[in-house]
Design a protein around this ligand. Structure first.
Ligand SMILES: Nc1ncnc2c1ncn2[C@@H]1O[C@H](COP(=O)(O)OP(=O)(O)OP(=O)(O)O)[C@@H](O)[C@H]1O
Length: 686
């Protein structure tokens, strides 16, 4: 197209796009008016509905329309963030990217055009069309790279990072689209190397599922991420796609009231994460129930009641047969014991009234009437007798017996005896009895144990469950964390994304089957992403020795581009490390820089560079540990002291994570000689 042609086309699209915004404005006005009316009427349900609608319409302001398809049959379809019609039930003006018609926007290629003649990408700033990018799918040679909309894609992946993830709805690739629209109702595992878009795909899948399976709006969708930092990083993606109802959480957030941010030593974390802990906790809870060897004596209203071990054993059995969790089964046990005690008391009283020989003793009368002493005993026990016509009752009726049972239940002596036999438990007590009182608060690895204990004792049965759960950086979850998460998703409908070569948690996984099979058997499907959109080819080449040494069977993802910058390493001394890093950071001018370093250097480096900890992801220079850097990306990355990163059991994976965070440049500063896996990198003098 000539310059004039382009201007003319931009004019045409500008008019069309302006019409779309006018339609959105009209819908917004109508929704705002309905919201006001609902508020006035005090109709809470309607308020929630219209609030969500207003938010949805606000969210699509940026990039409302981003594509156009010209079909061979003459149809023209505009693609955008939501569907718009000229009027109610009228002609479609804009098609939501999630409907089937829009799919070809992401999948059509020159070799398989699906009836598409031209794919046009429309770039807007605010409400103004600023650029168009056309692909003619019937032109020779188009689409050879296998990428859909290559120019727009490369523009997207090379823009400066901001510390906040953006949606990729305008440039989704075919292999990503297939996963987003995957029909699986069970567990879909998405595996792929660094930068292959796993996070992006998982979030777009959420938007797709909410659109195509509306019941999920009421059942709820949960997105689990490795850290709060990460959840902040991805926090804008779903709202940008018009979805505001999704809950995001770390595993620790799912246990409210406990921070769980403390890290255990690796061996302890690994141990606490094993599924055997579930059996140990179950055994610990069972062991709290005591069947005594000798009769238990309970003092009640100046009487001594005796509970025989067999009686206790029968009550325990009956309570256990219900299959209820510990604290609920305790109620059954308690009822059994109190029934026995109440029966004893009643029998005792009636025995006073009528002896074997039929004689009345203790103030009772031969016709079976209760005597004065009996009445006094009952009154002392809080039993209020119903009034017979004119005289005392001869027998305890059901109301009287119920009253007696209440009195027994309220009695501190009886309660103490019951607690001794079947104590009520809290999750904290179960876990600390098993592992010892945590000295400085619960650790991250304790959270799934507390949750397991809560399930065993029936505490917190009202915790939220979700219709679909997305797990990002899923390789980090321990077997115990999987158990916890599976309880949050009764339908076991999940999207799980991760990379086994990036596992940093010693309790994390090295096999999807190992963690998933016990929960979902064959209701799982594995899919793979193969193209790295983040990390340039030069940086991936620098990771080759590391990956080959520790994950020889894992193919590195294919980088979509080269950055033209060779990663480097530079030697220094331990003492000079902060000065060298500070010097490099101070001369950095181009885009966002992340300094990734083991926890021991965070304090000194934060002081030397006046940087915030925990990090502010939107800062020009960001200081983090490899663990905190998980899932994030930056224009440039500087790794300080790789050898110390490698000293932890899965340090090689942490180093791989750190090295693959950059979209452009990577530098590594190592005190002393370089780790063998990095020795082939170009060496610089800092
Ligand atoms: N189709 C696409 N169009 C534009 N950008 C894309 C596309 N796919 C991925 N990206 C970008 O590539 C980068 C990496 O994506 P993402 O973080 O989802 O990868 P990941 O597989 O989760 O990475 P990691 O495992 O390393 O955390 C992001 O900036 C994302 O926006």
């Amino acid at each position: 197209m000539t310059g004039n042609d382009i201007d003319r086309e931009i004019d045409i699209e500008q008019k069309y796009v302006a019409g779309l915004y006018a339609r959105v404005d009209a819908l917004r006005e109508a929704a705002a008016a309905r919201l006001v009316a609902a508020r006035r009427a005090g109709d809470r349900e309607a308020v929630a509905v219209w609030q969500a609608e207003v938010a949805r319409l606000e969210a699509v302001e940026h990039g409302l329309c981003f594509g156009r398809l010209d079909m061979h049959d003459g149809r023209r379809v505009y693609i955008g963030r939501l569907g718009l019609f000229r009027d109610e039930g009228g002609e479609p003006l804009l098609v939501d990217w999630r409907v089937p018609v829009a799919r070809v926007f992401y999948t059509a290629t020159a070799t398989d055009p699906h009836g598409v003649r031209r794919r046009r990408r429309i770039t807007t700033r605010g409400r103004t069309v600023i650029a168009l990018n056309d692909e003619l799918l019937d032109a020779d040679g188009a689409g050879i790279s296998g990428l859909v909309g290559e120019a727009a894609l490369l523009a997207a992946v090379t823009t400066e990072r901001t510390g906040r993830m953006q949606d990729i709805v305008t440039t989704l690739q075919a292999e990503q689209d297939r996963i987003i629209r995957h029909e699986s109702n069970g567990v879909l595992v998405v595996e792929g190397g660094p930068g292959t878009g796993k996070t992006a795909v998982a979030l777009h899948r959420v938007a797709y599922l909410l659109y195509t399976r509306p019941h999920l709006r009421t059942r709820g969708v949960l997105v689990v991420g490795p850290s709060r930092i990460f959840l902040d990083y991805i926090g804008q993606v779903l709202p940008g796609l018009g979805e505001n109802s999704v809950v995001t959480a770390t595993i620790a957030d799912l246990w409210p009231g406990v921070e769980g941010s403390r890290a255990d030593p690796p061996e302890t974390a690994e141990l606490k994460g094993r599924s055997i802990m579930a059996e140990r906790l179950a055994a610990a809870v069972r062991s709290k129930v005591q069947i005594p060897d000798t009769p238990v004596e309970i003092e009640f209203e100046q009487e001594v009641l005796r509970l025989h071990p067999d009686t206790c054993g029968r009550a325990v059995q009956k309570a256990r047969r219900t299959g209820l969790p510990h604290n609920q089964a305790r109620l059954v046990f308690q009822r059994e014991i109190v029934d026995v005690l109440a029966r004893r008391l009643v029998e005792g009283m009636e025995a006073v009234v009528l002896t074997d020989t039929g004689e009345a003793i203790d103030g009772g009368s031969p016709d079976g009437r209760l005597g004065e002493a009996d009445l006094r005993a009952l009154a002392a026990a809080g039993v209020v007798l119903g009034q017979d016509d004119g005289g005392p009752r001869t027998l305890l009726d059901e109301t009287d017996r119920a009253g007696l049972r209440c009195s027994l239940l309220a009695d501190t002596g009886v309660q103490a005896a019951l607690d001794g036999l079947w104590p009520p438990l809290t999750p904290e007590r179960v876990v600390s009895d098993l592992l010892g009182e945590p000295a400085d608060g619960w650790s991250a690895a304790d959270i799934p144990l507390l949750d397991e204990a809560a399930t065993l004792i029936g505490h917190g049965n009202d915790r939220a469950t979700f219709g679909h759960v997305v797990v990002d950086e899923a390789q980090e979850l321990s077997e115990m964390a999987w158990r916890m998460l599976m309880r949050r998703c009764p339908a076991k409908s999940m999207t799980i994304v991760g990379d086994l070569a990036q596992t940093g948690n010693p309790a994390g996984t090295s096999s999807w089957d190992r963690v998933l099979l016990p929960h979902v058997r064959d209701r799982r499907q594995l899919t793979r992403l193969t193209v790295n959109y983040r990390t340039p080819a030069e940086i991936m080449a620098a990771t080759a020795d590391l990956l080959a040494a520790h994950h020889p069977a894992t193919p590195p993802p294919r980088s979509v581009r080269s950055a033209g910058e060779t990663p480097w390493r530079a030697r220094t001394t331990r003492a000079d490390l902060p000065t060298v890093i500070a010097g490099l950071a101070s001369t950095h001018t181009d885009g966002q820089l992340a300094i990734i370093t083991p926890a021991i250097h965070i304090g000194p480096l934060a002081a030397a560079l006046s940087l915030a900890t925990p990090p502010d992801l939107t800062g020009k220079v960001v200081l983090l540990t490899p663990e905190q850097a998980k899932g994030l990306e930056f224009d440039s990355v500087l790794i300080a002291d790789p050898a110390t990163i490698l000293t932890t059991p899965l340090g090689h994976n942490d180093l791989y994570v750190a090295m693959t965070r950059a979209t452009r440049r990577l530098g590594i500063v190592h005190p002393g000689p370089p780790p063998a896996e990095l020795s082939a990198m170009r060496e610089l003098q800092p």
